[in-house]
Design a protein around this ligand. Sequence first.
Ligand code: CU
Length: 68
Amino acid sequence: MITFHIPAMSCAHCVGRVTRALQGIDPQAQVIIDLTTKQVKVDSSHPVPELAKGLEAAGYPPVSQTIG
Ligand SMILES: [Cu+2]
């Protein structure tokens, strides 16, 4: 499980875009988003840098990430 902190997320529209960005990289990815804390939990077998790049490309750069 990876937790990204993405302050750029502000509404349900952002949640949809972030989810699609991650699932565009890994269709099997499980994504749980908490808009209050701006945290995105991702369960994926893909490398973290690849997921982070996809988020950045979608306009939602993660400012930090925690693995575990
Ligand atoms: Cu939004």
